[in-house]
Design a protein around this ligand. Structure first.
Ligand code: CA
Length: 228
């Protein structure tokens, strides 16, 4: 699983990165708030660990911006300032949990496990975008009430796009998420998007899968279409 760590103190960043890698997480590090925000918007992370005091944009802003973009990746806030007000602000801003520094690494790992478990429960739900419905527990997809049969990969791709509704996902991010370490051709994502479009969008006037030129793909209801 991929974790984004946004932390400006090099010593703390490398300590956390090393520890998480030993626990078999793969870790990207951003050293300021703006970079962290950009990375979290463009990649599919399973978790964001976010320091509160950061250069450029502070952790609270990063958190609320991500939530405003409908990015629902679990966020664990770290901070040296352990006051009730900070904790409340962090949680109100969309963080899922809060850990004051200095912390015991074992506690960090336990909090991460708890967050990921909660996220999994949270994910067994139905995602609705317009008349498209994805039952993530049953892996069952319908559009306008008609069931659509998808292959394993097609389903994974659709769920990734739908879970990040309105967010543009790059081909690289999709490829890394769905095909992981497997060999895949550079046009694999485009081929699968094409197959998915045939099944999801072809017979419907409202197209949900959209190409964002030069960037990637997004799944969203076109502007002006009423939300159901
Ligand atoms: Ca800091």
């Amino acid at each position: 699983m991929k974790v984004l760590l946004v932390e400006d103190e090099p010593g703390i960043a490398s300590m956390i990165k090393r520890g998480l890698e030993e626990a078999r997480y793969s870790v990207d590090v951003a050293t300021d708030g703006q970079t962290g925000l950009d990375m979290a918007s463009l990649n599919l992370y399973g978790l964001v660990i976010l320091d509160l005091m950061l250069p450029k944009i502070d952790g609270l802003r990063v958190c609320s911006e991500l939530r405003a973009q409908r990015i629902r990746t679990p966020i664990l806030m770290l901070t040296a300032r352990d006051t009730v007000d900070d904790r409340v602000r962090g949680l109100d801003g969309g963080a899922d949990d809060y850990l004051p520094k200095p912390f015991d690494f074992k506690e960090l790992l336990a909090r991460i496990r708890a967050l990921l478990r909660r996220d999994k429960v949270h994910h067994t739900r139905t995602i609705r975008i317009g008349d498209l419905e994805i039952d993530t527990a049953q892996r069952r997809v319908t559009r306008a009430g008609v069931e659509i049969g998808l292959s394993h990969r097609e389903y994974e791709l659709l769920e990734a796009l739908a879970a990040h509704e309105s967010q543009v996902l790059t081909r690289e991010a999709i490829q890394e998420r769905i095909w992981m370490d497997e060999e895949s051709y550079s046009n694999t994502v485009d081929v699968y998007i094409g197959m998915l479009r045939k099944k999801i969008d072809a017979v419907h006037p409202v197209k949900l899968i959209q190409t964002v030129r030069g960037s990637g793909y997004t799944l969203r209801l076109p502007e002006g279409e009423e939300r159901l």
